[in-house]
Design a protein around this ligand. Structure first.
Ligand SMILES: NC(=O)c1ccc[n+]([C@@H]2O[C@H](COP(=O)([O-])OP(=O)(O)OC[C@H]3O[C@@H](n4cnc5c(N)ncnc54)[C@H](OP(=O)(O)O)[C@@H]3O)[C@@H](O)[C@H]2O)c1
Length: 323
């Protein structure tokens, strides 16, 4: 019998790709969202929309009946984490507790705080020296603690997203939009390494890990390495894709700092600026031990697809040609 997964936040950036990846792999997918799913997803024969709020534990517990896996792909607005991140995570945990399903979380690198070391392993000490780090540490600590009540859970931690649907990532908001004008806007030191996750690869990785359900007991943390790139690496790769010479311009952090008292989102971005000044990469040894080869699209192909999705294809693209 096909396995069933409940995806929380299925209309989101990674959520849409998770729903498609699980469904294409033969799983029955229950896809939670407050709004209608994108048409292609809603029409997938193995995807069943679950239209409710992500804090509606009763509705979600009903939707999780018979599911072996629940994926928490929720993400409150950046300015709302303080108020909503833990209640949303608690709701997901309550549903996992009630249903007996494996709870999977899309993790990020915030847990390691401002002084994060260059290589992040699942055993790297965490540090709550930034508000968003404290929130992520607490989310995962609650998952770990629930193991004593029989909840199995796994965090798959990844770097900054690129590729896939929607907008709102550093890649599509800062780096890519001005390629047509011959520049990429980079938020930090372009000579230090930064962890990136190509979303289709990350979604496939969730499926591959979920397929190992029988081995996943208690609480586990796995790191998805993705692509570790400096800003200069990205510039060269984008030049190769677009056939254009690109220059790196710096994100105007001074303006962002000056305006931050009046711009809540900019204030939040400022608190995470350190991630662009600290080299970091994710060590995926534990992930490889569990699933073998990790899905990994070569960078040129991943960038090409990401640019096409942004209507910024290489060479003869519509937007580049117009620019
Ligand atoms: N973005 C990155 O670069 C990145 C990198 C590493 C890890 N992550 C992690 O990956 C996870 C998913 O991130 P994402 O960027 O894919 O998320 P996203 O697209 O920003 O949001 C996912 C979904 O969260 C739901 N949501 C937002 N606010 C909500 C609220 N107040 N109540 C209920 N649902 C709410 C929305 O569902 P509706 O459709 O119902 O509105 C939305 O579609 C997060 O844990 C994030 O920290 C992100």
């Amino acid at each position: 019998m096909a396995s069933t997964v409940l995806i929380l936040g299925a209309a989101g950036r990674i959520g849409q790709l998770l729903a498609t990846a699980f469904a294409d792999a033969g799983w029955s997918v229950r896809a939670q969202a407050r709004k209608p799913l994108p048409t292609a997803l809603a029409r997938h024969p193995r995807v069943q929309p679950v239209r409710c709020d992500a804090t509606d534990v009763a509705a979600l517990t009903a939707a999780a009946q018979g599911a072996s896996t629940i994926v928490n792909a929720l993400n409150p607005l950046y300015t709302e984490w303080e108020r909503l991140a833990l209640p949303l995570a608690d709701a997901a945990l309550a549903v996992a507790k009630a249903s007996g399903a494996l709870l999977m979380l899309v993790g990020n690198v915030y847990n390691f705080g401002r002084e994060l070391p260059p290589l992040l392993t699942p055993a790297t000490p965490e540090s709550g020296d930034v508000p968003k780090a404290r929130i992520r540490i607490e989310m995962e600590a609650r998952m770990a603690a629930a193991a004593s009540e029989g909840v199995d859970s796994v965090v798959i931690r990844a770097g900054d997203f690129f590729g896939g649907p929607g907008t709102g990532t550093w890649f599509d908001m800062a780096l890519a939009p001005k390629i047509g004008q011959g520049k990429i806007t980079y938020p930090g030191n372009p000579r230090i390494a930064h962890a990136w996750a190509y979303l289709p690869d990350l979604a496939q990785t969730f499926v591959r890990v979920a397929e190992q359900r029988a081995q996943l007991h208690g609480h586990q943390r796995l790191h998805f390495a993705g692509h570790t790139l400096t800003g200069e690496d990205l510039k060269w790769a984008l030049e190769a894709q677009t056939g254009r010479t690109l220059r790196i311009s710096n994100l105007p952090w001074t303006i962002i700092r000056l305006a931050s008292p009046f711009m809540p989102m900019w204030r939040e971005l400022l608190t995470m600026r350190y991630l662009w000044e600290r080299p970091h990469a994710l060590d995926d040894s534990a992930l490889r031990t569990l699933i073998g080869d990790v899905p990994h699209t070569p960078l040129p192909q991943a960038l090409r697809t990401a640019l096409v999705e942004l209507d910024l294809p290489a060479g003869t693209s519509s937007k580049l040609a117009r620019a």
